[in-house]
Design a protein around this ligand. Sequence first.
Ligand code: UDP
Ligand code: MG
Length: 323
Amino acid sequence: MTIPDRPLLSVVVPVYNEEAVLHEFYKRLHAVLKELRGLSGTEIIFVDDGSHDGSAKILSELVQWDKSVKVLQFSRNFGHQIALTAGLDHAKGDAVVVIDADLQDPPETIPRLLNKWRDGYEVVYGVRESRETDTWFKRTTARLFYALMRKIGNLDLPMDAGDFRLLDRKVVEVFRSLGERHRFVRGLTLWVGFRQTGVLYPRTERFAGSTKYPFGKMLKLAWDGVTSFSFAPLRVAIYLGLIVSSLSFLLGLFVIIGRFFLNQTELLGFPTHGWGSLMVAVLFLAGVQLIVLGMMGEYLGRTYEEVKRRPLYILREKIGFDD
Ligand code: UDP
Ligand code: MG
């Protein structure tokens, strides 16, 4: 493992309508960075993910004050995971820290991430000491999601770790070579391998403003996680098909025996003719077929989007970069 004598540290910060927190965030991050010793320098890359509040203006002021601050401005909102990707694409550091702007990931934890990196770890992720600041609903759905990913995605995501993490340059390079569009960043940085470890940190309340991850976006992230690491939903078709056809085979036997051998209109309380049972069977099968078709459509749609090979994001402006 080769860490240069005086490494460069990059900090990547996705920003979406965060005007209420940016000043305070910069103040706290700056205070932490200026105490760090043994670095050749630091850069802070804010990725403005199509904010339509005052964030862009605040960021352009920060670039004026501090020449280590750089801004990537998206042409519209592309989403958190894509913002992280853009930041990693443009970061020059030997180590890159990814951190939220809302101060839920305390910048004061960064020196501890760096210490682990110097110990030889190539991915150092933050693990929340407690999730008390999250609602019961979010905690429970998160737990279910992680269990699901472990089971069907073969991906043992560390519990209670978000995207707050440090990546070694080697990991960043591998990550950049992954071209997929629906990205689940924390899954991908685990999937790449390398030496990984976690650091406990206190997850605090959002400093100001409201979450930019409403339930719908959260669900989309979870679904991206599942579909990019697992074919299991496609396999549901086979299992459902097997179950349904075995059941209907048994039912068929039942009907034949009752109707033709015993000449009963009813066997064990079950009608051997009539449209009631028929309707149930038809509707049930139609439902199963639609569900399965929908799942196949999801994967097909994703494949189509990948094949189009559109750029992952579009930059309106790059501010503060040398080139
Ligand atoms: N974010 C972003 N694009 C989006 C949504 C969120 O860049 O479309 C940023 C946001 O500004 C913040 C980080 O991603 O820095 C995490 O979002 P948030 O704090 O709202 O999520 P939560 O902590 O509630 O899960
Ligand atoms: Mg947050």
